[in-house]
Design a protein around this ligand. Structure first.
Ligand code: NAD
Ligand code: UD1
Length: 339
């Protein structure tokens, strides 16, 4: 298939482009490079020996988007483009609704104008908010607690309404748990802008000496060691989940939602221990107050994706850490676009 990947130069997008190419698909990327570097795509080309058609464009630009669809004749879209920082979404809600919700609506409109009727969307486990229990299944109640989370849920609702009006449209929403890790080559990985908000990129920067210590946000949660528990998933497993979803559900009409996680909970201190053991680096940390809005424990039930897509995460915690550390060591300043 010929796939249009919005946000394909970003962290998850670049790994998915690689997986698509390795699975025999053709890739067209649209990205405005607001949070990424074209270097990531060059490295995907280097790793696969195949080329990617790249458009530096904003998906909010209807004219540009329409021209790309007219020129490229794609079979399906994987939609990663958007903004993803929870704190920023609280400070700039209108921007999040524009860049995540309005832009996604526009994308679907342009898809329909060009008879493209398969869409895979990057959603997030954050749509569940505080769950009644873990593992979380897809039929659990959703009550996102930030503009970011609500923007993801709104896009899912638009997709669900669209398939009613367009019964031949296939809309797939993938709710990611916590993506971490990097491709095993160490050539592509996560390159956060500024001080990382998320655990793994922060530990990476402590390990490489860019930050003196990790603040562990709370050690008095009701969890086995008192620190927060999450479902970390290797980004390459996540990437293969997209390819499976696309191959299984292309032209399979309707709205489909899947959790993509491992089903295993890992605490902050377990992550620090694994990182120390695998990297051999001293990861200094200090216990700090809880981060407002944090949930003690959540992890997913990935059995629906196993049953319907034949997909299962294959990489464990040690590989997540080893690949993160390799990427960090080989690229201490990321793709260096900002250094
Ligand atoms: P990322 O920032 O690395 O990738 C997003 C890409 O979209 C970037 O390359 C950015 O330049 C591009 N982009 C943003 N707005 C755009 C626009 N208007 N037009 C064109 N390009 C635009 O983020 P990521 O971690 O790869 O996340 C990809 C998707 O997955 C996002 O939608 C995010 O909300 C979702 N998601 C991410 C996580 C996570 O922890 N990384 C978890 C759950 C869901
Ligand atoms: C965050 C987002 C969530 C998003 C997810 C994607 C928030 C409130 N939520 O969730 O919407 O879908 O990332 O991966 O931002 N931690 C520390 N020190 C740090 C950083 C994190 O102790 O410097 C702890 C946190 O308290 C948490 C765990 O590490 O217990 C994971 O944190 P993080 O990587 O930010 O992910 P989430 O909180 O799950």
């Amino acid at each position: 298939m010929r796939i249009l990947v919005t946000g394909g130069a970003g962290y998850i997008g670049s790994h998915t482009c690689l997986e698509l190419l390795n699975s025999g698909h053709q890739v067209v990327v649209v990205d405005n490079l607001s949070n990424s570097s074209v270097e990531a795509l060059k490295r995907v080309e280097q790793l696969t020996g195949q080329s990617i058609k790249f458009y530096q464009a904003d998906i909010r630009d209807e004219k540009a988007l329409s021209a790309i669809f007219a020129a490229e004749k794609v079979d399906a879209v994987i939609h990663f483009a958007g903004s993803k920082a929870v704190g920023e979404s609280v400070a700039k809600p209108l921007f999040y609704y524009e860049n995540n919700v309005s832009a996604s609506g526009l994308l679907m409109q342009v898809m329909l104008q060009h008879q493209v009727k398969t869409l895979v969307f990057s959603s997030s486990a954050t749509v569940y908010g505080e769950p009644v229990s873990s593992p979380i299944r897809e039929d659990f109640a959703v009550h996102p607690e930030s503009p970011y989370g609500r923007s993801k849920l709104m896009v899912e609702q638009i997709m669900s309404d669209l398939v009613v009006a367009q019964p031949d449209f296939s809309a797939i929403s993938l709710r990611y748990f916590n993506p971490v890790g990097a491709h095993e080559s160490g050539l592509i990985g996560e390159d956060p802008n500024g001080i990382p908000n998320n655990l793994m990129p922060f530990i990476n920067q402590v390990a490489i000496g860019r930050r003196p210590y990790l603040s562990v946000f709370g050690d008095d949660y009701d969890t086995p060691d008192g620190t927060g528990v999450r479902d970390y998933i290797h980004v390459c497993d996540l990437a293969s989940g997209h390819v499976k979803a696309l191959e299984t559900l292309h032209q399979n009409a309707g709205f489909h939602v899947f959790n993509l996680g491992t089903g295993q909970g890992v605490s902050v201190l377990e992550m620090v221990d694994a990182y120390r053991r695998i990297s051999g680096q001293l990861i200094a940390y200090q216990v700090a107050p809880r981060r407002p809005g944090d949930i003690a424990c959540y992890y997913g039930d990935p059995s629906l994706a196993a049953e319907k897509l034949g997909w299962k995460a294959e990489r464990g915690l040690d590989q997540m850490v080893a690949d993160s550390w390799k990427w960090q060591k080989l690229n201490p300043h990321g793709y260096t676009r900002r250094s």
